[in-house]
Design a protein around this ligand. Structure first.
Ligand SMILES: C[S@@+](CC[C@H](N)C(=O)[O-])C[C@H]1O[C@@H](n2cnc3c(N)ncnc32)[C@H](O)[C@@H]1O
Length: 241
């Protein structure tokens, strides 16, 4: 992609307080990725991992923080544009919270029960695609993407033929694209677009397979919001064929 793609979401929300600003300034640079040069996921980590996963738009990072703790042998690349979300993930990974200013004088580290297996790209994921080689990932997560429900905004939906071409290239054969959504328009849109794409196969055998979260699931902020507001999320899994 030669031109910088247009991003329609929020880059920043409420004021980021002391501890999270400290994490953005002092901890993020240690795990931050750049898309300026090409790299393979294995090159981002101190030791090679058994598997590699990409989470696109991790929001507050609840899913990424939990899965990376459960799966120390997987290398995770998390991508999020929203600064407050990145700061929240860093707080989950280090345990540093607002209020304890004496912690800010010390060297900030990962929580002792965490492996060093998360790297962050803090911009539009479409800027990262070209830096990554084919078959980089075993799994790609796209959880509760912005639904852009109005017809005139349909071209903003992340599930679209251009992005799928990249996701298909980045997934290993047999790799999984996991998509969750609670929006009726996005549910139908996803299935329609995915059905037309010969690179992917919907793995569901019965309705329980997409009505219930997969076994390795961790709840996300938008999932909790959807349930609170009476919407029922679905969990689609597509295999790269
Ligand atoms: C509706 S939120 C869902 C957040 C989280 N996955 C959850 O379930 O709570 C969608 C997130 O995707 C991020 N996002 C949207 N498009 C993106 C892109 N092209 N690259 C990186 N992040 C993106 C937004 O900034 C936003 O935080």
């Amino acid at each position: 992609m030669n031109e910088k793609p247009k991003f329609f979401g929020r880059r920043k929300g409420r004021v980021i307080h002391k501890a999270k600003s400290f994490l953005l300034d002092n901890f993020l640079p240690q795990i931050l990725l750049s898309a300026e040069k090409k790299f393979a996921p294995a090159e981002c980590f101190a030791t090679p991992k058994q598997r590699y996963s990409l989470e696109i738009g991790f929001g507050d990072g609840d899913h990424l923080a939990t899965l990376s703790q459960r799966q120390p042998d997987t290398g995770f690349i998390g991508v999020e544009v929203y600064r407050n979300g990145v700061a929240h993930l860093l707080s989950l990974m280090t345990g540093l919270k607002e209020g304890n200013d004496s912690d800010l004088a010390q060297e900030v580290k990962l929580l002792s029960d965490r492996a060093d297996n998360v790297r962050i790209f803090d911009d539009d994921v479409r800027l990262l695609f070209a830096a990554l080689p084919d078959a980089s990932f075993d799994k790609i997560y796209l959880l509760f993407p912005d639904p852009w429900p109005k017809n005139r905004h349909a071209e903003r939906r992340f599930i679209n033929p251009d992005n799928l071409r990249e996701l298909s290239r980045l997934l290993k054969k047999g790799g999984i694209l996991q998509v969750a959504t609670d929006h009726p328009i996005y549910k139908k849109w996803t299935l329609d677009v995915m059905h037309k794409n010969p690179d992917f196969r919907w793995t569901a055998k019965c309705s329980d397979d997409w009505r219930n979260p997969p076994a390795d699931w961790a709840e996300t902020k938008y999932q909790r919001k959807a349930i609170r507001e009476g919407r029922r999320p679905v969990f689609f899994e597509f295999e790269r064929v």
